[in-house]
Design a protein around this ligand. Sequence first.
Ligand code: EPZ
Length: 412
Amino acid sequence: MDYIVRGGNRLDGEIAVYGAKNCALALLGASVLTDDQIILHNCPVISDVENMLLLLRTMGKKVLRSGDTVVVSGGLNTTAAPKSVASLLRGSALILGGTVARYHCAELPLPGGCAIGARPMDIHLSGLEALGVTVEHTADAVYCTGVPKGAQFTLRFASVGATENLLCACALAEGESTLANCATEPEVAALELMLNEMGAEISGVGQSLLHIKGVARLHGADFTVIPDRIVAATYLSAAAATLGDVTVRDCVPTHLDAFLNVLGTRFNVKRYENAVRLRCDALPDGYGTVRTAPYPLFPTDMQSLLLSLAACSRGKTTVCETLFENRLEHNAEQLNKMGGDVIVKGNVATVHGRKLHGAEVSASDLRGGAGLTVAALCAEGMTKISGIEHVNRGYADLAGDLNSLGADIVVI
Ligand code: EPZ
């Protein structure tokens, strides 16, 4: 699927944000911890979530969807995630901790690397071993057996997925656990809240040091997926790139703090209780130096948005990507096809803003595709973006949403 974007339109108006992909996937991963109903509201209709629901259904769970409400119930009839389905999304790894905790065995095809990096699972696996789980793996699958027992474990890096898997494993472990250097992303905190609603005993919600008292069983929950902060940042970036005036509703402004701290001094940004308005009167003279880092610092998932804004600004920006080893190169090359001046050395991109022009470019990952779409909105002329199936993994209808604000994007 491709986008044909005619740049130059000013974006104006209001748009609502839907549920966060990375929250929904974590909550669905945790649904294996109980046979009771897990009811998720505001669950986005995006391909990664649909593939996660397919995975759960294939493994035996009963899955129903009515609009943005999803109900998952029943038990697994296998603890081996089928490669054909698990390989459709990396988020499939998030059933590992819960499956081991509930069934004391699990087989997961290793999701492998992707366009942005190798993305190993060593922290997930060493954490499970610390809980007494036996972990064996071949080149393309991991096999876990044993009953998780409470333990102390420090994550060598505040990995989002590893934190989520280990939380699920500790929730049903025999005894008490302490997890240190945990990820504190809002999506992780949401999982902690839902687990506690299911009867888990997690203290330190939203913090990097978590104490978990294992319980014998967990029951169902009725929970609402938090708004997608990356989607919100995408809409705000589109406003910034087109000298627009856009209000993003149903978001959590504090989840955007690091992003708004970078944009806020360059645009007219107004925060409301659950909305943010951005008005752009003139392109800024660059964005200074921005480093990505774990929450609450600048999110790596917003890096490609910033790279595009920098490329069409009027000054210099330095972007340092500290989480993924290959999350700058591809978009730099694509932006340079559009007349951009983006030079990448190692994990640092030096950007000198230019007037961009339309070109044929390709998306190689989800957030990169969103970034290129933002760049195309401010480029002169027509841009063709291929690889939009990557974008559809995390956006329900990015073209339709941006067109509702005045963009001119045709999907072919
Ligand atoms: C989650 O991925 C998100 N995905 C990513 O969003 C996001 O970019 C990332 O967190 C960082 O915020 C979901 O939540 C489904 P990590 P995850 O474990 O859990 C290394 C998107 O577009 N690492 O925090 O895989 C890893 O290689 C996606 O929505 C290990 O070395 O990220 C990476 O360099 C992209 N060993 C860094 O840590 C491990 O065992 C961060 O990874 C685990 C991770």
